[in-house]
Write a protein that binds this ligand. Structure first.
Ligand code: PXL
Length: 275
């Protein structure tokens, strides 16, 4: 049995994030990946421009082709960029009948590119989040979605997860990659918290960490894991991908999607807290 995952997201030319991270992660985890590219992200030093959105017809053609010819056990969304693309994506997901939906509410890239227009945030909250099995915001994204300034502590992450749950997703994963101290992520199902802790890894090379994490969740959901099982596995996967990340010629290097064969089971702790 070959399970399938459709990623609707941006193309990241540097190869560590976006569609590229998704495909590499799906492949590592034995899931057949298909794609609909919403925008191409690659800074052009001549023009200074870095985001090239695709025409809505081109995105739609990719979604329909992938779903018609291959099908999908899970749909994952990443960079959607505009309210129009979000609105259409929500329609395509509803039409597809696919029930497992992972929404990574991508807003700003590690290298600073704006990947979601500010006027699209309300649209994402209203139209896309209610369709999600799980959303995976980092701390700035969770704060933006809630219209608050910032999150700084694990207690605030837990409160944010509760507040985001009211917007309709079945599970909320607020990632604590920017906390001081260990990287504690909070998964909330409306009743209890699953806490996932990994040590802080001393590296700047984390480009695509969020994409890779959510792609691993999507792959494991496609294969039949429950959400908590998928997230626990994905936490180990992303911890290994960060631990074994390396830089190339310039800037923040990509996480290493193939690192999980080396993952250290003892590195991540998971526990449940009642509300
Ligand atoms: O890491 C977020 C991200 C998502 N999608 C695309 C990106 C990036 C960051 O660079 O380029 C297309």
């Amino acid at each position: 049995m070959m399970y399938r995952a459709l990623s609707i997201a941006g193309s990241a030319a540097r190869g560590g994030a976006g569609i590229q991270a998704d495909l590499k992660t799906f492949q590592e985890l034995g899931v057949f990946g298909t794609t609909a590219i919403t925008a191409i992200v690659a800074r052009n030093p001549r023009t200074g421009e870095g985001v090239f959105p695709q025409p809505i017809d081109a995105i739609e053609a990719q979604v329909h082709t992938a779903l018609r010819d291959i099908g999908a056990d899970v749909i994952k969304t990443g960079m959607l960029f505009t309210a129009e693309i979000i609105t259409k994506t929500a329609e395509w997901i509803k039409e597809s009948g696919v029930e497992k939906v992972v929404v990574d509410p991508v807003m700003i890239g590690k290298v600073g590119s704006v990947l979601l227009k500010e006027d699209a945030i309300e649209c994402m909250k209203k139209k896309l989040l209610p369709l999600a099995t799980i959303i995976t915001p980092n701390m700035p994204e969770a704060a933006q979605l809630l219209g608050i300034e910032e999150l700084t502590t694990v207690e605030e992450l837990k409160q944010a997860a509760k507040d985001l749950h009211k917007l309709g997703p079945k599970y909320i994963l607020v990632k604590g990659g920017r906390l001081d101290g260990p990287a504690v992520d909070v998964l909330y199902d409306g009743e209890k918290f699953y806490m996932l802790e990994a040590p802080r890894i001393d590296t700047i090379h984390t480009n695509g960490a969020g994409c890779t994490y959510s792609a691993a969740i999507a792959a494991r959901l496609a294969k039949g894991d429950t959400v908590p099982e998928a997230v626990e596995f994905a936490k180990k996967f992303i911890t290994a991908a960060i631990r074994h990340a390396f830089g190339f010629i310039q800037g923040v290097g990509p996480t290493y999607h193939a690192a999980y064969r080396k993952f250290d089971e003892t590195e991540c702790k998971v526990w449940i807290e009642e509300v």
